[in-house]
Design a protein around this ligand. Structure first.
Ligand code: 5AD
Ligand code: SF4
Length: 442
């Protein structure tokens, strides 16, 4: 009998990308093979997100496609995992009776239980029971890996659905993480990205011994062969000097900090329950730049939060202008069920939100373009990812600052090579790897 096949579609953030890798690894250990297309799969899985309305709509369209495929072949199984599944729980089976299994984030192992059980009735798994860290993962790239260091979040940002879907924060013990990182490095990994909803609150929940995020960074930086350590996302309120120092003192901790701003208006920040003011945020930025002057800063911004006036929005533009981010993810506020902000009057007209977004993106891009010019003329270490997307004769990789570089040269994916930067736009850099440096590469 031919091996059973699965297909996974992932929505949302890196946390979900990571969970999907675990699902794939686990399914492959159960003897499943990946199908290129859902139409060829015995098991169609969706790893869902509930952060934005848009993802939901895309997801529903995909789910209806899967329903049609199942109508043709009722043996097919359909599974829904992730944050959206968690937010609606058992209701998923009422809304979509053709779904066979549903599970929340961090419940990936339950999928194996379901697949290997004799039960054919639909099942849902929504209690957090543990991390997926011990499950095999199938990495998209041999030399890059994600490590989940915590789940959940103790913050109460009024717009965010995460606290209700992923629960209170639970950290993994540092020794376990160091061991996992060692294993990854032995398996060819050079770059890890540490994942958590609020990574710099890491370890405070651990008993008997608490741990801190900076301690974790120092411990990981000692691992030979682990060349690049990244993380996402920190909360500005918890961005303390110890973590900033780790950037300054440890070569392996990359010079990039993603520091979600959300709004530049103290009034709106308060309504968002972010617990910092515009001034406190700017103090953090100043402290970071004092210790790591060349750092790349990126951010997340929401426009059109309930009650956001033109004056509030102007403050956001001012902060973006002042900080000069290397990049930003911008979001239009959308009310999520069960959040505090969903109860507030969503009073900024949609056209106004769209217009603010456009104005914001313009400033973000202009500043990112200006900031990127500082790289031109420098020779930077680039982790090669493969051929360039637009020109297969060139290569693509990332600098320590997390900038994509398209460059000419000869190198294999996973190598770190020096590239002279010759041009910069707001999004990408261009460069050349010299033959001489090619001889000297690692
Ligand atoms: N509406 C719009 N954007 C949101 N984000 C989180 N919740 C919402 C929401 N309800 C954005 C925030 C966060 C990023 C991951 O998604 O900017 O940092
Ligand atoms: Fe990720 Fe948040 Fe979406 Fe969950 S809700 S998948 S944590 S972005």
């Amino acid at each position: 009998m031919a091996a059973k096949r699965y297909h996974v579609t992932t929505f949302g953030c890196q946390m979900n990308e990571h969970d999907s890798e675990r699902m794939k690894g686990m399914l492959e250990s159960l003897g499943y093979a990946e199908a290129g297309d859902p139409a060829d799969a015995d098991l169609i899985l969706f790893n869902t997100c509930s952060i934005r309305e848009k993802a939901d709509e895309r997801f529903i369209a995909h789910l209806n496609q899967a329903k049609a495929l199942k109508a043709k072949d009722p043996e097919r199984l359909i599974g829904v995992g992730g944050c959206w599944a968690q937010s609606v729980k058992e209701e998923v089976f009422r809304q979509f009776p053709f779904v066979d299994v549903a599970f929340g984030p961090g419940q990936v192992h339950k999928l194996a239980e379901f697949l290997t059980s004799d039960s054919l009735t639909a099942q849902g798994y929504f209690e957090f029971e543990g991390f997926t860290g011990h499950l095999p993962a199938r990495r998209e790239r041999r030399y890059q890996a994600w490590m989940q260091i915590s789940v959940g979040c103790n913050c109460r940002c009024s717009y965010c659905i995460v606290p209700s879907t992923r629960g209170r924060e639970v950290s993994r013990p540092p020794a376990e993480l160091v061991e996992e990182a060692r294993g990854l490095v032995a398996d060819g990994v050079r770059e890890v990205t540490l994942l958590g909803q609020n990574v710099n609150a890491y370890g405070r929940d651990l008993r008997p011994e608490r741990a801190s995020f900076s301690q974790l960074l120092y411990a990981l930086a000692e691992i030979d062969g682990l060349d690049r350590i990244r993380y996402t996302s920190p909360h500005p309120k918890d961005m303390r000097e110890d973590v900033i120092r780790a950037h300054a003192e440890l070569d392996a901790v990359m010079p990039h900090i993603h520091l979600p701003l959300q709004s530049g208006s103290t009034r709106i920040l308060k309504a968002m329950r972010r617990t910092y003011s515009r001034e406190r945020y700017m103090d953090r930025v100043a402290l970071i730049r004092e210790h790591v002057p060349d750092v790349a800063l990126t951010t997340d911004i929401i426009v059109g939060f309930p009650g956001e006036t033109e004056a509030d929005f102007q403050e956001t533009l001012e902060v973006v202008e002042e900080v000069g981010y290397d990049g930003a993810f911008t979001f239009i506020f959308s009310p999520r069920r069960g959040t505090e902000a969903a109860e507030l009057p969503d009073d900024v007209p949609h056209e106004e939100k769209v217009e603010r977004m456009q104005r914001l993106v313009e400033v973000v891009q202009r500043r990112a373009h200006e900031r990127a010019q500082r790289f031109v003329g420098r020779t930077m270490d680039v982790l090669v990812e493969g051929p360039s997307r637009n020109d297969p004769d060139r290569l693509r990789g990332r600098t320590g600052h997390n900038k994509v570089v398209n460059f000419s040269g000869l190198a294999q994916p996973g190598q770190i090579v020096p590239v002279e930067i010759t041009g910069a736009t707001s999004q990408t850099l261009t460069g050349e790897m010299s033959l001489l440096s090619a001889l000297a590469t690692s």
